[in-house]
Ligand binder design. Structure first.
Ligand code: FMN
Length: 343
């Protein structure tokens, strides 16, 4: 996942199994507003889930709810957002949206999301689908089906083409964020922040959560890995809102690393899809369980008893050990070095 390593401080405290996170206003391990505990691993929004398994997003929602894991529903799913809520009423769910103009269409959409009982709005700001530059996607020779249903868009597309849906999605500006904050009481999370500068502006615009993500590397080849951006974003935010991360989380140690660097929770995209494709809702449950078990093992093996005790001191950059392994107390000048190499 990254060049950040977990550093093992073994068994400094007796081990207890108490590492679930307490869910509060949003997704924080030490918020206790509603007294519930939730899985530390949450489900990122992914569109087109029926392509992976006939259960589609309802399967994912069932799997997530069974493991008490928060799920973000993607606007690009073919199942109506109301139907997901009805099928899995006990699920903890946020709704992902793209900004759409004119704003009246967007406003109607937000009211629909509120009425269906979603608990927060995740505004994706890092994707302009018609502008993607991803050679890895091109190499995969993926093509959308000729006709497609997007029932959760502000102006639904039924049996249209992918272009019909993409044309709705506008570029988002900070004015839109202000507007969104003003028209709804739901918390607003910005998905797709990768720099401390943007995080600072987002906080100043009053967002409730900053979601560090590079869209799974699917929009622009070569963007930074989100884990490498996390620490700077966390430092810029300085606790003024919650920070989340997705991208490349593939095992419990990755979860641990992200939490250590200041994420309140992590989201998984493709791992949940792999679970869904393999075994429907049960597969999603299994993936969450594997990650949870691995997180618990990593905690046990590093002497941490509670999620809120995972701190930056438990991880180091790979280069830290490279520095330590240099011969002690020997300073070479560049001249000496070249002599050594030539010799
Ligand atoms: C098939 C697929 C569909 C996706 N659809 C959306 C989407 O509709 N909206 C969105 O904000 N992100 C979407 N994403 C990005 C994910 O939310 C997430 O940022 C990314 O998958 C995280 O990386 P991971 O897959 O390595 O866990 C999609 C990702 C995949 C793989």
């Amino acid at each position: 996942m990254s060049n950040i390593w977990v550093s093992a401080f073994v068994c400094r405290q007796p081990l207890r199994r108490s590492y679930v996170f307490r869910h509060g206003c949003l997704a924080g391990s030490d918020c206790t507003d509603d007294g519930n505990s939730y899985s530390q691993q949450c489900i990122a929004p992914t569109a087109f889930q029926k392509w992976f398994h006939p259960e589609g997003v309802i399967g994912t929602a069932l799997g997530a709810a069974a493991k008490n894991a928060l799920m973000i529903l993607a606007e690009g799913t073919g199942t109506p957002l109301e139907a997901v809520h009805k099928a899995v009423p006990n699920g903890h769910r946020w709704m992902q949206v793209y900004m759409v103009k004119p704003r009246n269409d967007m406003l109607r959409h937000i009211r629909r999301v509120e009425a269906a009982g979603y608990q927060a709005i995740v505004l994706t700001i890092d994707d302009v689908p018609s502008r993607r530059i991803s050679y890895s996607s091109l190499r995969g020779e993926f093509e959308f089906p000729a006709s497609i249903d997007f029932v959760n868009l502000p102006r639904p597309v039924i049996g249209g083409t992918i272009a019909d849906s993409v044309h709705q999605i506008n570029t988002v500006t900070w004015d839109d964020v202000d507007w969104l904050k003003n028209v709804t009481r739901l918390p607003i999370i910005l998905k797709g922040i990768l720099t401390p500068e943007d995080a600072e502006i987002a906080v100043r615009h009053g967002v409730d959560g900053v979601y560090v993500s590079n869209h799974g590397g699917r929009t622009l080849d070569g963007t930074t890995a989100s884990i490498n951006a996390l620490w700077d974003v966390v430092r810029a935010v300085r606790g003024r809102c919650e920070v989340y991360l997705d991208g490349g989380i593939r095992n419990g140690r990755d979860v641990y690393t992200a939490l250590a660097l200041g994420a309140k929770a992590v989201f998984i995209g493709r791992p949940a899809i792999y679970g869904l494709a393999t075994n429907g809702s049960q597969g999603v449950q299994d993936v969450i369980e594997i990650l949870t078990n691995e997180l618990e093992s990593t905690m046990a093996l590093t002497g941490v008893t509670r999620v809120c005790d995972i701190s930056p001191s438990y991880v180091v950059k790979q280069s830290y050990y490279e520095t330590l392994n240099r011969p002690p107390c020997r300073q070479f000048s560049s001249k000496q070095l070249s002599v050594n190499f030539v010799g």
